[in-house]
Design a protein around this ligand. Structure first.
Ligand SMILES: [Zn+2]
Length: 587
């Protein structure tokens, strides 16, 4: 904690920036929302200055709580606790370490609780916990999202065990919001430690953090004294936490209203009957006829090459084209953020969706960063987290899949690669919201399926979807040079999968592949997704899940699949069954 940290309310005169020690004129500091114009250090704000900079002007209506027992323990340190409390009240003009109320942010209603670090170090006393709980209850009563802005050293010693239990009291209030499908967002500010960090600050669906803000359970000094080691540079800062998958986004203070506004927009109740809560079997618009492309001279191996082309549009390329906006969220909340699995909230036309995809990249640097599109467990954990967020907010899920497969590696195995793929499949199978998936490039094995269990599945016309790579198959059954033969045998092209009843349609690409016309391909991709989502509008969510399970139940079941031979490219006797191949791989 920097000594001489500037706490910003209305200021005049000159201030010394705690980040760079430069002098900043007070009015400029205030105008700049307490951010240093020289080094972008985000100075501390009072709760009211924070609220003023965050909510729509004139929209804040304060919520107060009646005073409970002021000094439940009769605590005395260098002075009696009531005296300490009175001093804090006098110095800050606040009754507690938090200010709560309702407001609008970017035009969206929200209930918010903002902590004030000046008040006894933002400690979580019974009064603090009571007010935050009341804010959450108000959010529940009004069916609006809640926004929490922590700034705290932890629990309040002077209130003993009652202070500790505020963590659980606020948690139960947030749990009710989670149960009711109401979005909880927190904005981590500097510093956020102890009981606040270990409860509501990190119980949010989306955790934003200001640049440089520190969050942790134990403070750096305690850790250093305990383990006797120097801590890495930037330890516990927002940037460090973001890199380690513990916060979603680091957001400059000036951009917070915009980012929070998008989150609230996505979580808002739209008039759309859909949201999976319409009447059972409500009339859905008839889907457009499925594309049934011919297969003139389809050479499976050539399609495999096209699916893998380095200049083929990536998930990020498509996200930028099919979404009106895409707010990427980060992290598995367990210690890592995958560069391969990307996802977040997005708007496509008049719908908000959760978009998740596997990213490859175009340059050597990019493909190395994403392991050539092969995700590790942290990627699937991130996906699962986002699927659950979609379910909670009743937003449809759209997945774009382009992966050679899950990453084969020591760390991936150690951290449960198989377990997370399994968990992702299981999550999608029963996810109580519509899911639309498109294989945009390579759909490689379990690593692809983990994101591709859906109500509607599509492929781009040069995409492939297979239980194993042609090379892997050839090496096991024949020899490494026989990959083209294996590619044909596996029936992995889009028309093949349409025939096999595995996918619902094919999104056409121009001659030479999607890279020849990414914009045009994206237009067709977006239309396919929008049509598929429209067909699921108004269908009761239980019915959506029941149909999804029935679809999956029917795959490969006797008398269900009408499999046609692939134009005689593989003699029947030679066609290996999927079960046979799986057996081979498992060995
Ligand atoms: Zn500075």
């Amino acid at each position: 904690m920097s000594v001489g940290e500037v706490e910003v309310g209305e200021r005049s005169g000159w201030l010394s920036c705690a980040g760079c020690r430069q002098l900043v004129y007070g009015k400029r500091w205030t105008r700049n929302l307490g951010v240093c114009p020289f080094c972008q250090h985000h100075g501390r704000l009072t709760a009211r200055a924070r609220i003023a900079g965050l909510v729509d002007p004139g929209s804040f209506a304060e919520i107060t709580a009646p005073e409970g027992a002021v000094d439940p323990l009769g605590f005395v340190d260098s002075m009696p606790y009531p005296q300490r409390l009175a001093r804090a009240r006098g110095a800050t003009g606040e009754r507690e370490a938090v200010v709560g109320g309702t407001a609008m942010v970017d035009g969206h209603p929200v209930a918010l609780a903002v902590m004030d670090f000046r008040f006894l170090g933002g400690s979580l006393g019974t009064g603090t916990g009571e007010l935050i709980t009341r804010v959450a209850e108000e959010a529940l009563a009004r069916a609006v999202p809640v926004l929490l802005v922590p700034a705290s050293g932890g629990a309040r010693m002077q209130e003993g065990i009652l202070s500790l239990l505020q963590m659980a009291k606020v948690s139960q209030a947030l749990d009710r919001l989670h149960e009711a499908g109401l979005l909880v967002v927190s904005i981590v500010t500097d510093p956020t430690y102890g009981g606040v960090a270990a409860s509501f600050a990190t119980q949010a669906d989306v955790i934003l953090a200001e640049p440089g803000a520190r969050l942790g359970f134990a403070g750096p000094r305690v850790i250093r004294d305990t383990i006797g080691q120097e801590l890495p540079l930037g330890f516990q800062t927002a940037e460090f936490l973001r890199e380690h998958g513990l916060v979603d986004l680091v957001v400059d203070r000036s951009r917070l209203p915009e980012v929070v506004g998008r989150l609230l927009a996505a979580a808002g109740r739209t008039p759309r009957a859909a949201r999976g809560h319409g009447p059972v079997g409500a009339a859905a618009p008839a889907p457009r006829p499925l594309e049934r492309p011919g297969r003139p001279g389809t050479d499976a191996w050539a399609v495999v090459q096209r699916a893998r082309a380095l200049d083929r549009p990536t998930v990020r390329d498509y996200a930028g084209r099919i979404c009106d906006w895409f707010l990427e969220l980060h992290g598995d909340r367990l210690g890592a953020d995958s560069a391969t699995v990307v996802g977040g909230l997005a708007r496509i036309g008049d719908r908000h969706v959760v978009l998740v995809g596997t990213q490859k990249g175009h340059s050597t640097r990019e493909v190395l960063a994403t392991n050539f599109g092969m995700a590790g467990p942290e990627g699937y954990r991130k996906a699962i987290r986002l699927f659950s967020l979609a379910e909670k907010l009743r937003l449809p899920v759209v997945t774009l899949v382009d992966t050679p497969g899950a990453y084969p590696g020591l760390d991936a195995e150690r951290h449960g690669q198989a377990h997370t793929i399994a968990a992702s499949i299981l999550r999608l199978v029963g996810l109580r919201t519509p899911v639309v998936s498109v294989i945009t490039g390579e759909g490689g094995s379990g690593g692809a399926l983990a994101l591709a269990v859906a109500d509607r599945t599509f492929m781009l016309s040069n995409a492939v979807y297979s239980v194993i790579s042609p090379e892997g198959c050839a090496a096991i059954l024949w020899s490494a040079q026989d990959a083209p033969r294996a590619a044909a045998a596996l029936r992995l092209t889009a028309p093949d999968l349409l025939d096999l009843g595995v996918i619902d349609g094919v999104v056409p690409e121009p001659d030479g592949g999607a890279q020849r016309d990414p914009d045009g391909t994206a237009v067709r991709l977006r239309r396919t997704i929008e049509d598929a989502l429209a067909a699921l509008d108004g269908v009761d969510v239980q019915e959506v899940v029941a149909r999804r399970r029935a679809r999956l139940r029917a795959i490969g079941a006797p008398g269900e699949a009408a499999v046609r031979p692939p134009d005689g490219t593989v003699p029947d006797g030679e066609r290996p069954s999927v079960g046979h191949l799986v057996g081979q791989v498992a060995r």
